[in-house]
Design a protein around this ligand. Sequence first.
Ligand SMILES: O=C(CO)[C@H](O)[C@H](O)COP(=O)(O)O
Length: 225
Amino acid sequence: MNAKQAAGYKAAEWVRDGMTVGLGTGSTAYYAIEKIGEMVGKGLKIRAIATSNASEELAVKYGIPLVASSEVTRLDIAIDGADEVDPQMALIKGGGGALLREKLVAINSDRFIVIADSGKMVSQLGGFKLPIEIVPFCYEWTLGRLQERYKVEIEMRQRDGQLYVTDNGNYIADASFGKIVSPGELSHELKMTTGVVDHGLFVDIADTVIVGYDDGRTEVIGKKE
Ligand SMILES: O=C(CO)[C@H](O)[C@H](O)COP(=O)(O)O
């Protein structure tokens, strides 16, 4: 068992009969979805909302019943990966481009469990490029305003030589902050920038972090039991 698998499988222990579950995106969330699928196969009764088209496909593959957002007011639990986790459980997410749906699902869940291999734990956020989701209309102006304001390298994410397009039809700009001194302030400021839809800073959202290690051990850190 690898570190991501250990964390993903451990998180599935919090999923109980009758719950509505948010399914994250990425290679760590993959293992949680796989395990939950196995539990559903053995009779667990849940409904789920996926944070990306890719995770929705996985849920279908593993036989996890999906529910429309119109039928749900709140989720019981959401389980998702992260690119960086600091000691206050603030996160950088969005390496896989799903940050907007991930944040929507996380903030509408009674419990948000982050699953991460130990390499994601950092003393200060910012080593990983911060993904910022921006609208395609006049995106060059939004990019320019961000570069002017923060004076750090910010580049448009590309895939196959084209601008990367999110599941929501937006673009992503990746910002190399290096060190983020005040994640809360930056989060608020970015959110106030016209043209920015959302960004990958998740501050005061995570309830629990499950850290996975290469030897298969896990460590549970958190505000909630
Ligand atoms: O935020 C995400 C996707 O938008 C992922 O959760 C994050 O990038 C971590 O991915 P992985 O588990 O593959 O390392």
